[in-house]
Structures are given as C-alpha cells and as structure tokens.
Ligand binder design. Structure first.
Ligand SMILES: Nc1ncnc2c1ncn2[C@@H]1O[C@H](COP(=O)(O)OP(=O)(O)OP(=O)(O)O)[C@@H](O)[C@H]1O
Ligand SMILES: [Mg+2]
Length: 265
C-alpha cells in the first residue's frame, strides 16, 4: 500500500521568510530565508558575530523579528513567548550552557517535561487522577532519557558538579524531553575535548536516527559540521553568503574570504 503523507508531514518543520533583525543601527540578520523538513540535519555557520545565535533567538521566541516571518510546522510564531514556541515543538540548547543549577539532573529533565504538558497551578494543587497518571509517565520517561544518555549515575547531582561535556549532554537530553519537532543546537561542541566531540557526533547521529526530529545546528568545529550535516548555510554580517552540501560550502571562495579575509584568495 502506498504511503500517504499527512499535512503536517508536508509542511516544513521550520520556514523562515525574509527575516531581518536590527539592534539600533546594527542589522544583525538581513533577509534570511530557510526551509527545513522533518528529519533534516542542517547546519548554520559563519564567523563570530555573523548573526547565528540571533537567528536561533528569533526562532525560539526570545526576540521578535524586525521584519519577516517564522513558521513552525506551518504555524506563524509572531508574538509568541518562548514557552509557547516550545509548546509548538521547538527546543534548543545554548552557546553558554544554561541548566537550572539549583535543581538536580533528574529535576532538570522533569521540569522541562512539564513545559510540554503545560500543567498549571490548579492541576498540581488538585492532584487529579489525570495529573497523577501523567506524573508517573513523566517519571518513567525521565528515567529512560537519563539511561539512554548514560546520565543515571548523576540523577541526584546538581548540574554544576558534572564534567563539562556531561553538562552539554544533559542540556541536549533536557531539550529532547519536550518531544521537539525541531531541535536547535547552538555550538554543542564548544569547550569539548576531542573525545567528547567524537561522542557528541555519535550522539547527534543517534538522536537523528532514533527520534523524529529535525536538527538545526550552529558550530564552529567544521569537522563536526562536515560529518553530520547534509546542508549548510553560511552567513556573514547577517547576510547569507553560501549554502549547499558541506563540500560545496567548504570550497566556496566567499566562505573562505569571510573566515580568513581577502588575503587567502
Ligand atoms: N540583544 C542584542 N542587542 C544588541 N546587539 C546584539 C544583541 N544580540 C546580538 N547582538 C549583536 O548582533 C550581532 C550578531 O550576534 P550573534 O550573537 O547572533 O552572532 P553569532 O553569529 O552567534 O556569533 P558567535 O559565533 O560569536 O556566537 C553581533 O554584532 C552582536 O553583538
Ligand atoms: Mg553565537
């Protein structure tokens, strides 16, 4: 029997149209466009200050665009606060790790799961049957996530006590706990040693195979991007200067100039 696609399969997971972001006189992102589909593993690169994190901040609702449109699974995100964008299925990690440092590793995951389920004050006070069932489900899922990320032994630790690479891993596990359709990774290899980087590459590939999730990743480690991404966009001073397969962008003269200056050509 022929497979039929549902409408949500057909709509891009993320569509960005003519996105521009100004901060006072600075145009950090200029007329940026992208369309990402389910199961894409795509990259965003560019020199420091190019506007990469700003794009992630716009997609996740931390900033409202000066111009342009962002759609998640066909739904415009204009005016939505970050938690509403999370509820649409967007999860992210941060260039500088942001974990809840006064909560245990396990609670970092459990609290994130509540964002997905959207429990309010009433539910937790009333402790309805439905709430209790969901709590059991959350506990089971959190335990599973800790196990697959090999984090069980840290469950009761505070994140600050974990090795740096493990904190990065926990941040990714926490992002996944909200069942995202789109996972944004902002420099996940930053500060990692080479064996942690190899583990990260395996982990991202594994997540991509195992979960139905579109991954969009910013990274300065070119080897990581070359290994993982099928498509890469390159921006410089907010402008898109190249896009295509890793091989294509690596050999693009405009990209070399952006990274290394005019002298190299
Ligand atoms: N909230 C803000 N207010 C003012 N300027 C900002 C703000 N956020 C970012 N910028 C500026 O926008 C430009 C792009 O910054 P952004 O953090 O997006 O760069 P990036 O590509 O992520 O760089 P890096 O590789 O160093 O992380 C920079 O000039 C930065 O100083
Ligand atoms: Mg950045």
């Amino acid at each position: 029997m022929a497979m039929t696609q549902t409408d949500s399969d057909k709509a891009p997971v993320l569509e960005i149209r003519n996105l521009t972001q100004r901060f006072g006189g600075l145009t950090a992102v200029s007329d940026f466009n992208v369309s990402l589909r389910k199961n894409d593993l795509s990259g965003l690169i560019g020199p420091n200050g190019a506007g990469k994190t700003t794009i992630f901040n716009l997609v996740s609702g931390f900033y409202q665009p000066s111009e342009g449109e962002i759609l998640v699974a066909g739904c415009p995100t204009a005016g939505l606060k970050p938690h509403k964008v999370t509820a649409l299925g967007v999860a992210r990690t941060f260039q500088n790790i942001r974990l809840w440092n006064d909560m245990t590793v396990l609670d970092n995951i459990r609290v994130a799961q509540h964002y997905r389920l959207g429990y309010g004050f009433f539910h937790s006070v009333a402790r309805s049957k439905h709430y209790m069932q969901r709590e059991t489900e959350i506990a089971r899922e959190a335990a599973e996530l800790l196990e697959v990320f090999d984090l069980q032994r840290y469950a009761d630790e505070l994140p600050g006590n974990l090795p740096y690479g493990t904190q990065r891993k926990l941040e990714i596990a926490r992002a996944l706990s909200v069942h995202p359709q789109l996972l944004l990774l902002d420099e996940p290899a930053a500060g990692l040693n080479s064996s942690d980087i190899q583990e990260l590459i395996r982990l991202v590939r594994w997540i991509h195979n195992k979960f139905d999730v579109c991954i969009w990743m910013i990274e300065h480690h070119m080897d990581v991007m070359m290994e993982l991404c099928t498509q890469i966009k390159v921006i410089d001073f907010g402008q898109t200067i190249a896009e295509g397969t890793p091989d294509k962008v690596r050999n693009d003269p405009a990209v070399m100039t952006a990274y290394l200056g005019d002298d190299v050509i």
